[in-house]
Design a binder for this molecule. Structure first.
Ligand code: IMP
Length: 431
Protein backbone atom coordinates (compact mmCIF):
# COMPACT_ATOMS: atom_id res chain seq x y z
CA UNK A 1 0.00 0.00 0.00
CA UNK A 2 1.59 3.24 -1.21
CA UNK A 3 0.18 6.75 -1.20
CA UNK A 4 1.67 8.94 -3.91
CA UNK A 5 1.49 12.57 -4.99
CA UNK A 6 1.94 13.40 -8.68
CA UNK A 7 3.06 16.97 -9.15
CA UNK A 8 4.06 19.19 -12.08
CA UNK A 9 7.66 20.47 -11.98
CA UNK A 10 7.32 23.31 -14.49
CA UNK A 11 4.47 25.63 -15.58
CA UNK A 12 1.76 22.97 -15.87
CA UNK A 13 1.05 20.92 -19.01
CA UNK A 14 3.87 18.48 -18.19
CA UNK A 15 1.75 15.44 -19.07
CA UNK A 16 0.47 14.63 -15.58
CA UNK A 17 -2.82 13.31 -17.01
CA UNK A 18 -1.07 10.50 -18.87
CA UNK A 19 1.08 9.61 -15.85
CA UNK A 20 -1.92 9.53 -13.49
CA UNK A 21 -3.87 7.45 -16.01
CA UNK A 22 -0.97 5.00 -16.14
CA UNK A 23 -0.67 4.69 -12.36
CA UNK A 24 -4.42 4.70 -11.64
CA UNK A 25 -4.99 0.91 -11.90
CA UNK A 26 -2.64 0.42 -8.92
CA UNK A 27 -4.56 2.84 -6.69
CA UNK A 28 -7.99 2.84 -5.07
CA UNK A 29 -8.59 6.58 -5.05
CA UNK A 30 -7.51 9.41 -7.35
CA UNK A 31 -7.71 12.78 -5.65
CA UNK A 32 -7.46 16.32 -6.95
CA UNK A 33 -6.37 18.81 -4.30
CA UNK A 34 -5.95 22.22 -5.98
CA UNK A 35 -7.14 24.44 -8.83
CA UNK A 36 -10.33 23.99 -10.77
CA UNK A 37 -11.32 23.91 -14.40
CA UNK A 38 -8.27 26.00 -15.32
CA UNK A 39 -6.53 22.62 -15.66
CA UNK A 40 -6.67 20.44 -18.74
CA UNK A 41 -5.75 16.78 -18.42
CA UNK A 42 -5.41 14.97 -21.73
CA UNK A 43 -5.96 11.23 -21.85
CA UNK A 44 -6.06 8.82 -24.79
CA UNK A 45 -8.59 6.02 -24.47
CA UNK A 46 -9.18 3.48 -27.29
CA UNK A 47 -7.37 5.77 -29.70
CA UNK A 48 -9.54 8.76 -28.79
CA UNK A 49 -8.33 11.95 -27.14
CA UNK A 50 -10.26 13.17 -24.06
CA UNK A 51 -9.61 16.39 -22.19
CA UNK A 52 -10.92 16.84 -18.65
CA UNK A 53 -10.74 20.09 -16.80
CA UNK A 54 -12.16 19.23 -13.41
CA UNK A 55 -12.92 15.55 -12.83
CA UNK A 56 -9.80 13.51 -11.89
CA UNK A 57 -8.04 11.56 -14.64
CA UNK A 58 -8.70 8.24 -12.86
CA UNK A 59 -12.36 8.23 -13.75
CA UNK A 60 -11.86 5.81 -16.67
CA UNK A 61 -10.62 3.10 -14.31
CA UNK A 62 -13.74 1.48 -12.95
CA UNK A 63 -12.04 0.22 -9.79
CA UNK A 64 -11.10 3.71 -8.61
CA UNK A 65 -12.88 6.26 -6.46
CA UNK A 66 -12.37 9.83 -7.73
CA UNK A 67 -12.33 12.77 -5.38
CA UNK A 68 -12.38 16.55 -5.69
CA UNK A 69 -10.88 17.66 -2.39
CA UNK A 70 -11.61 20.73 -0.29
CA UNK A 71 -8.73 22.64 -1.93
CA UNK A 72 -10.36 22.48 -5.37
CA UNK A 73 -12.66 25.26 -6.60
CA UNK A 74 -15.70 23.87 -8.38
CA UNK A 75 -17.69 25.37 -11.21
CA UNK A 76 -20.88 23.27 -10.99
CA UNK A 77 -21.74 24.00 -14.63
CA UNK A 78 -18.44 22.53 -15.82
CA UNK A 79 -18.85 19.63 -13.39
CA UNK A 80 -22.30 18.94 -14.85
CA UNK A 81 -20.97 19.09 -18.41
CA UNK A 82 -18.14 16.63 -17.67
CA UNK A 83 -20.48 14.22 -15.88
CA UNK A 84 -22.80 14.24 -18.90
CA UNK A 85 -19.88 13.60 -21.27
CA UNK A 86 -18.64 10.72 -19.11
CA UNK A 87 -22.09 9.17 -18.83
CA UNK A 88 -22.42 9.38 -22.63
CA UNK A 89 -19.16 7.43 -22.84
CA UNK A 90 -20.66 4.79 -20.59
CA UNK A 91 -18.68 5.57 -17.42
CA UNK A 92 -20.53 4.64 -14.26
CA UNK A 93 -20.03 7.30 -11.59
CA UNK A 94 -22.32 6.00 -8.88
CA UNK A 95 -20.35 5.70 -5.63
CA UNK A 96 -17.14 6.52 -7.52
CA UNK A 97 -17.11 10.30 -7.65
CA UNK A 98 -17.08 12.53 -4.58
CA UNK A 99 -16.85 16.28 -4.04
CA UNK A 100 -15.75 17.80 -0.74
CA UNK A 101 -18.52 19.64 1.05
CA UNK A 102 -15.79 22.09 2.14
CA UNK A 103 -14.74 22.96 -1.45
CA UNK A 104 -15.52 26.48 -2.68
CA UNK A 105 -17.86 27.11 -5.57
CA UNK A 106 -17.09 29.26 -8.64
CA UNK A 107 -20.08 31.46 -9.50
CA UNK A 108 -20.72 33.40 -12.74
CA UNK A 109 -19.75 36.58 -10.82
CA UNK A 110 -16.31 35.13 -10.06
CA UNK A 111 -15.84 34.30 -13.74
CA UNK A 112 -16.88 37.81 -14.74
CA UNK A 113 -14.43 39.36 -12.25
CA UNK A 114 -11.59 37.17 -13.54
CA UNK A 115 -12.24 38.16 -17.15
CA UNK A 116 -12.49 41.87 -16.28
CA UNK A 117 -9.57 42.19 -13.85
CA UNK A 118 -6.91 39.54 -14.36
CA UNK A 119 -7.18 37.82 -17.73
CA UNK A 120 -5.41 40.55 -19.70
CA UNK A 121 -2.99 41.62 -16.95
CA UNK A 122 -1.81 38.20 -15.80
CA UNK A 123 -2.91 35.97 -18.66
CA UNK A 124 -5.27 33.88 -16.50
CA UNK A 125 -7.57 31.30 -18.04
CA UNK A 126 -10.58 33.49 -17.22
CA UNK A 127 -12.39 30.65 -15.45
CA UNK A 128 -13.01 32.52 -12.18
CA UNK A 129 -10.28 30.70 -10.27
CA UNK A 130 -8.52 33.72 -8.70
CA UNK A 131 -11.68 35.55 -7.53
CA UNK A 132 -13.04 32.35 -5.95
CA UNK A 133 -9.86 31.71 -3.94
CA UNK A 134 -9.68 35.45 -3.10
CA UNK A 135 -13.22 35.33 -1.69
CA UNK A 136 -12.35 32.17 0.28
CA UNK A 137 -9.29 33.73 1.93
CA UNK A 138 -11.01 37.09 2.52
CA UNK A 139 -14.04 35.25 3.90
CA UNK A 140 -16.16 37.67 1.92
CA UNK A 141 -19.86 37.46 1.24
CA UNK A 142 -19.40 35.95 -2.22
CA UNK A 143 -17.49 32.98 -0.77
CA UNK A 144 -19.72 29.91 -1.10
CA UNK A 145 -18.81 26.40 -0.05
CA UNK A 146 -20.49 23.26 -1.37
CA UNK A 147 -22.08 22.75 2.07
CA UNK A 148 -23.62 26.25 1.86
CA UNK A 149 -25.58 25.18 -1.21
CA UNK A 150 -27.61 22.82 0.96
CA UNK A 151 -29.02 25.71 2.93
CA UNK A 152 -32.78 25.33 2.62
CA UNK A 153 -33.36 29.08 2.47
CA UNK A 154 -31.43 29.41 -0.82
CA UNK A 155 -33.59 31.48 -3.14
CA UNK A 156 -31.15 32.18 -5.95
CA UNK A 157 -32.09 29.92 -8.90
CA UNK A 158 -28.47 29.62 -10.05
CA UNK A 159 -27.35 28.39 -6.62
CA UNK A 160 -30.39 26.11 -6.42
CA UNK A 161 -29.30 24.54 -9.71
CA UNK A 162 -25.71 24.23 -8.42
CA UNK A 163 -27.13 22.45 -5.39
CA UNK A 164 -29.00 19.93 -7.58
CA UNK A 165 -25.82 19.24 -9.57
CA UNK A 166 -23.35 18.67 -6.73
CA UNK A 167 -25.53 17.32 -3.91
CA UNK A 168 -25.46 13.66 -5.05
CA UNK A 169 -21.64 13.72 -4.94
CA UNK A 170 -20.96 15.88 -1.87
CA UNK A 171 -19.44 14.41 1.26
CA UNK A 172 -16.70 14.88 3.86
CA UNK A 173 -13.91 13.71 1.55
CA UNK A 174 -11.19 14.10 4.18
CA UNK A 175 -13.04 11.56 6.32
CA UNK A 176 -13.53 9.32 3.27
CA UNK A 177 -9.80 9.35 2.40
CA UNK A 178 -8.62 8.80 5.97
CA UNK A 179 -11.05 5.93 6.26
CA UNK A 180 -9.80 4.42 3.00
CA UNK A 181 -6.26 4.71 4.31
CA UNK A 182 -7.26 2.98 7.55
CA UNK A 183 -8.72 0.20 5.37
CA UNK A 184 -5.31 -0.14 3.68
CA UNK A 185 -6.39 1.35 0.36
CA UNK A 186 -3.88 3.27 -1.79
CA UNK A 187 -4.37 6.92 -2.57
CA UNK A 188 -3.03 8.86 -5.55
CA UNK A 189 -3.05 12.65 -5.35
CA UNK A 190 -3.10 14.49 -8.66
CA UNK A 191 -1.70 18.03 -8.63
CA UNK A 192 -3.04 20.50 -11.18
CA UNK A 193 -0.85 23.18 -12.82
CA UNK A 194 2.81 23.07 -11.75
CA UNK A 195 5.39 24.18 -9.19
CA UNK A 196 6.12 27.47 -10.98
CA UNK A 197 2.42 28.38 -11.06
CA UNK A 198 2.11 27.76 -7.30
CA UNK A 199 0.95 30.90 -5.50
CA UNK A 200 3.83 30.68 -2.96
CA UNK A 201 6.64 29.06 -4.90
CA UNK A 202 5.98 30.12 -8.48
CA UNK A 203 6.80 33.20 -10.53
CA UNK A 204 4.48 35.48 -8.52
CA UNK A 205 2.30 37.32 -9.54
CA UNK A 206 2.23 35.29 -12.79
CA UNK A 207 0.89 32.24 -11.01
CA UNK A 208 -2.40 30.56 -10.24
CA UNK A 209 -4.13 31.09 -6.89
CA UNK A 210 -3.61 27.72 -5.23
CA UNK A 211 -0.82 25.52 -3.89
CA UNK A 212 0.05 23.25 -6.78
CA UNK A 213 3.11 21.84 -4.97
CA UNK A 214 3.04 18.51 -3.13
CA UNK A 215 2.37 20.18 0.23
CA UNK A 216 -0.94 21.36 -1.22
CA UNK A 217 -2.14 17.74 -1.21
CA UNK A 218 -2.30 17.74 2.59
CA UNK A 219 -4.25 20.96 3.02
CA UNK A 220 -6.27 20.47 -0.17
CA UNK A 221 -7.37 16.91 0.58
CA UNK A 222 -7.46 16.89 4.37
CA UNK A 223 -4.78 14.26 4.97
CA UNK A 224 -1.60 14.40 7.05
CA UNK A 225 1.93 14.39 5.53
CA UNK A 226 2.71 11.11 7.29
CA UNK A 227 0.33 9.33 4.89
CA UNK A 228 2.55 10.01 1.87
CA UNK A 229 5.33 7.65 0.80
CA UNK A 230 6.19 8.88 -2.70
CA UNK A 231 6.19 12.15 -4.57
CA UNK A 232 6.52 11.79 -8.34
CA UNK A 233 7.50 14.94 -10.22
CA UNK A 234 6.44 15.15 -13.86
CA UNK A 235 8.74 17.15 -16.11
CA UNK A 236 8.65 17.69 -19.84
CA UNK A 237 11.95 17.08 -21.68
CA UNK A 238 11.82 20.78 -22.64
CA UNK A 239 9.81 23.68 -21.15
CA UNK A 240 6.48 25.27 -22.08
CA UNK A 241 4.38 27.98 -20.51
CA UNK A 242 0.93 29.43 -21.28
CA UNK A 243 0.04 32.94 -20.25
CA UNK A 244 2.30 35.75 -19.15
CA UNK A 245 5.32 35.68 -16.85
CA UNK A 246 9.09 35.15 -16.87
CA UNK A 247 10.55 32.21 -18.79
CA UNK A 248 14.36 32.25 -18.81
CA UNK A 249 14.99 29.63 -21.52
CA UNK A 250 12.25 30.72 -23.93
CA UNK A 251 13.05 30.40 -27.65
CA UNK A 252 12.73 33.84 -29.23
CA UNK A 253 12.36 35.66 -25.88
CA UNK A 254 10.06 38.67 -25.79
CA UNK A 255 9.07 38.34 -29.44
CA UNK A 256 7.77 34.82 -28.81
CA UNK A 257 6.01 35.80 -25.57
CA UNK A 258 4.14 38.65 -27.28
CA UNK A 259 3.25 36.45 -30.25
CA UNK A 260 1.86 33.70 -27.99
CA UNK A 261 -0.24 36.24 -26.12
CA UNK A 262 -2.33 36.60 -29.26
CA UNK A 263 -5.15 34.08 -29.22
CA UNK A 264 -5.37 34.05 -33.02
CA UNK A 265 -2.10 32.12 -33.37
CA UNK A 266 -3.76 28.75 -33.00
CA UNK A 267 -2.56 25.41 -34.34
CA UNK A 268 -4.57 26.06 -37.52
CA UNK A 269 -2.92 29.43 -38.04
CA UNK A 270 0.56 28.00 -37.56
CA UNK A 271 -0.24 25.11 -39.88
CA UNK A 272 -1.17 27.58 -42.59
CA UNK A 273 1.51 30.23 -42.10
CA UNK A 274 4.68 28.34 -41.29
CA UNK A 275 6.81 25.60 -42.79
CA UNK A 276 6.61 22.02 -41.47
CA UNK A 277 7.95 21.51 -37.95
CA UNK A 278 10.96 19.44 -39.03
CA UNK A 279 12.16 22.29 -41.28
CA UNK A 280 11.56 24.97 -38.60
CA UNK A 281 13.58 22.90 -36.15
CA UNK A 282 16.61 23.31 -38.42
CA UNK A 283 16.29 27.10 -38.35
CA UNK A 284 18.97 29.25 -36.68
CA UNK A 285 16.21 31.74 -35.81
CA UNK A 286 15.13 30.99 -32.23
CA UNK A 287 11.60 32.34 -32.75
CA UNK A 288 11.02 30.01 -35.71
CA UNK A 289 12.70 27.12 -33.88
CA UNK A 290 10.23 27.67 -31.01
CA UNK A 291 7.28 27.50 -33.40
CA UNK A 292 8.74 24.28 -34.81
CA UNK A 293 8.89 22.69 -31.37
CA UNK A 294 5.33 23.85 -30.59
CA UNK A 295 4.05 22.31 -33.83
CA UNK A 296 5.94 19.07 -33.32
CA UNK A 297 4.90 18.75 -29.67
CA UNK A 298 1.33 19.95 -30.34
CA UNK A 299 1.82 22.57 -27.65
CA UNK A 300 -1.50 24.39 -27.69
CA UNK A 301 -3.38 25.01 -24.41
CA UNK A 302 -5.84 22.24 -23.49
CA UNK A 303 -8.07 24.80 -21.76
CA UNK A 304 -7.64 28.03 -23.70
CA UNK A 305 -6.16 26.69 -27.02
CA UNK A 306 -3.48 29.39 -26.74
CA UNK A 307 -0.10 28.60 -28.31
CA UNK A 308 2.24 27.54 -25.50
CA UNK A 309 5.54 29.36 -25.23
CA UNK A 310 8.48 26.97 -25.72
CA UNK A 311 12.07 26.75 -24.46
CA UNK A 312 14.90 24.46 -23.37
CA UNK A 313 14.78 22.41 -20.18
CA UNK A 314 15.79 24.46 -17.14
CA UNK A 315 17.60 22.46 -14.45
CA UNK A 316 17.70 25.41 -12.03
CA UNK A 317 13.92 25.21 -12.03
CA UNK A 318 13.93 21.44 -11.75
CA UNK A 319 16.30 21.43 -8.76
CA UNK A 320 14.00 23.94 -7.06
CA UNK A 321 10.97 21.75 -7.86
CA UNK A 322 12.77 18.69 -6.41
CA UNK A 323 13.38 20.58 -3.17
CA UNK A 324 10.01 22.23 -2.57
CA UNK A 325 8.08 19.09 -3.46
CA UNK A 326 10.45 16.61 -1.77
CA UNK A 327 10.46 14.49 -4.93
CA UNK A 328 11.31 10.80 -4.68
CA UNK A 329 10.93 10.03 -8.41
CA UNK A 330 10.82 11.78 -11.77
CA UNK A 331 8.72 11.11 -14.86
CA UNK A 332 10.17 12.67 -18.03
CA UNK A 333 7.57 13.25 -20.73
CA UNK A 334 7.61 14.04 -24.45
CA UNK A 335 11.20 12.91 -24.95
CA UNK A 336 10.22 11.79 -28.48
CA UNK A 337 9.57 15.44 -29.46
CA UNK A 338 13.31 16.18 -29.13
CA UNK A 339 14.23 13.63 -31.82
CA UNK A 340 16.06 14.80 -34.98
CA UNK A 341 17.33 18.04 -33.46
CA UNK A 342 21.12 18.14 -34.00
CA UNK A 343 22.03 19.86 -30.71
CA UNK A 344 20.07 19.96 -27.48
CA UNK A 345 20.64 22.49 -24.74
CA UNK A 346 19.86 22.40 -21.05
CA UNK A 347 20.16 25.36 -18.68
CA UNK A 348 22.35 24.51 -15.70
CA UNK A 349 22.86 27.84 -13.95
CA UNK A 350 21.83 31.46 -14.35
CA UNK A 351 24.18 34.36 -14.97
CA UNK A 352 22.97 37.45 -13.17
CA UNK A 353 23.29 41.08 -14.35
CA UNK A 354 26.47 41.63 -12.32
CA UNK A 355 28.00 38.57 -14.05
CA UNK A 356 27.78 36.42 -10.92
CA UNK A 357 26.42 32.91 -11.26
CA UNK A 358 23.31 31.69 -9.48
CA UNK A 359 22.30 28.09 -8.90
CA UNK A 360 19.10 29.29 -7.23
CA UNK A 361 15.74 30.34 -8.58
CA UNK A 362 15.18 34.03 -7.72
CA UNK A 363 11.99 35.25 -6.04
CA UNK A 364 11.34 38.40 -7.99
CA UNK A 365 9.99 38.23 -11.53
CA UNK A 366 12.09 41.26 -12.57
CA UNK A 367 15.28 39.46 -11.47
CA UNK A 368 14.14 36.42 -13.40
CA UNK A 369 13.52 38.42 -16.54
CA UNK A 370 16.99 40.01 -16.34
CA UNK A 371 19.12 36.87 -15.93
CA UNK A 372 20.84 34.88 -18.66
CA UNK A 373 20.63 31.11 -18.75
CA UNK A 374 23.96 29.29 -19.08
CA UNK A 375 23.60 26.17 -21.20
CA UNK A 376 25.23 22.77 -21.52
CA UNK A 377 24.99 21.30 -25.00
CA UNK A 378 24.21 17.65 -25.79
CA UNK A 379 24.23 15.85 -29.13
CA UNK A 380 20.73 15.01 -30.38
CA UNK A 381 19.58 11.68 -31.82
CA UNK A 382 18.21 10.69 -35.21
CA UNK A 383 15.00 8.83 -35.76
CA UNK A 384 11.75 8.11 -34.01
CA UNK A 385 11.95 6.85 -30.42
CA UNK A 386 8.19 6.55 -29.90
CA UNK A 387 8.39 2.77 -30.35
CA UNK A 388 10.97 2.34 -27.55
CA UNK A 389 9.54 0.30 -24.66
CA UNK A 390 12.69 -0.41 -22.63
CA UNK A 391 15.33 2.02 -21.43
CA UNK A 392 18.02 0.33 -23.51
CA UNK A 393 15.90 0.75 -26.67
CA UNK A 394 16.69 4.47 -26.46
CA UNK A 395 19.67 5.80 -28.47
CA UNK A 396 22.81 6.51 -26.45
CA UNK A 397 22.33 10.28 -26.92
CA UNK A 398 18.84 10.14 -25.40
CA UNK A 399 20.10 8.14 -22.41
CA UNK A 400 22.98 10.60 -21.98
CA UNK A 401 20.47 13.47 -21.93
CA UNK A 402 18.35 11.71 -19.27
CA UNK A 403 21.34 10.75 -17.15
CA UNK A 404 22.58 14.36 -17.18
CA UNK A 405 19.22 15.38 -15.70
CA UNK A 406 19.43 12.73 -12.98
CA UNK A 407 23.03 13.72 -12.19
CA UNK A 408 22.10 17.34 -11.81
CA UNK A 409 18.98 16.97 -9.66
CA UNK A 410 19.88 13.79 -7.74
CA UNK A 411 16.40 12.32 -8.11
CA UNK A 412 15.99 9.07 -10.09
CA UNK A 413 13.94 8.93 -13.29
CA UNK A 414 11.31 6.20 -12.97
CA UNK A 415 9.16 6.84 -16.04
CA UNK A 416 10.04 8.04 -19.54
CA UNK A 417 7.17 8.91 -21.86
CA UNK A 418 7.88 8.69 -25.60
CA UNK A 419 4.41 9.47 -26.99
CA UNK A 420 0.87 10.34 -25.93
CA UNK A 421 -0.52 6.81 -25.84
CA UNK A 422 -0.38 4.68 -22.68
CA UNK A 423 1.82 2.04 -24.31
CA UNK A 424 4.38 4.67 -25.39
CA UNK A 425 5.99 4.54 -21.97
CA UNK A 426 9.22 3.18 -20.50
CA UNK A 427 9.08 2.11 -16.86
CA UNK A 428 12.68 2.44 -15.73
CA UNK A 429 12.03 1.88 -12.04
CA UNK A 430 8.88 0.51 -10.49
CA UNK A 431 6.74 3.17 -8.80
P1 IMP B 1 -5.60 31.04 -13.52
O1 IMP B 1 -5.23 29.74 -12.91
O2 IMP B 1 -6.75 30.95 -14.50
O3 IMP B 1 -5.80 32.13 -12.50
O4 IMP B 1 -4.34 31.51 -14.42
C1 IMP B 1 -3.10 31.88 -13.84
C2 IMP B 1 -1.93 31.41 -14.71
O5 IMP B 1 -1.85 29.99 -14.63
C3 IMP B 1 -2.08 31.73 -16.21
O6 IMP B 1 -0.80 31.99 -16.74
C4 IMP B 1 -2.63 30.44 -16.78
O7 IMP B 1 -2.31 30.29 -18.15
C5 IMP B 1 -1.89 29.42 -15.94
N1 IMP B 1 -2.58 28.13 -15.82
C6 IMP B 1 -3.65 27.84 -15.06
N2 IMP B 1 -3.96 26.53 -15.17
C7 IMP B 1 -3.05 25.99 -16.00
C8 IMP B 1 -2.82 24.66 -16.46
O8 IMP B 1 -3.50 23.69 -16.11
N3 IMP B 1 -1.76 24.50 -17.31
C9 IMP B 1 -0.97 25.52 -17.66
N4 IMP B 1 -1.13 26.76 -17.24
C10 IMP B 1 -2.17 27.01 -16.42
Amino acid sequence: MTNTIVVGCQFGDEGKGKVVDLLAPSYDAIVRYNGGNNAGHTIYRNGEKHIFHLIPSGVFHSNTVNVLGNGVVIDPLVFEEEIRALQKMGASLEGRLFVSDRAHVITPQHVEKDIKRAKGRLGTTGRGIGPTYAAKIARSEDAIRVADLFDSILKDPVLAHFCDVVRPFATDTSHLLNQMHADEKSLLFEGAQGTFLDVDHGTYPYVTSSNAVAGGACTGAGIGPTLIQRVLGVVKAYTTRVGKGPFATEFGGEQAAAYCDDYSHTAGYEQEHFEPAERLLRSQDQFLFGIGLRKKGDEYGATTKRPRRTGWLDLVMLRYACAVNGLTDLAITKLDVLGNIPKLQVCNVYELKNCSISLRFPAHHAALSALQPVYSTFPGWEGDISTARHYNDLPLEARTYLEAIEDSVKVPISIVSVGPRPEQTIIKRKI
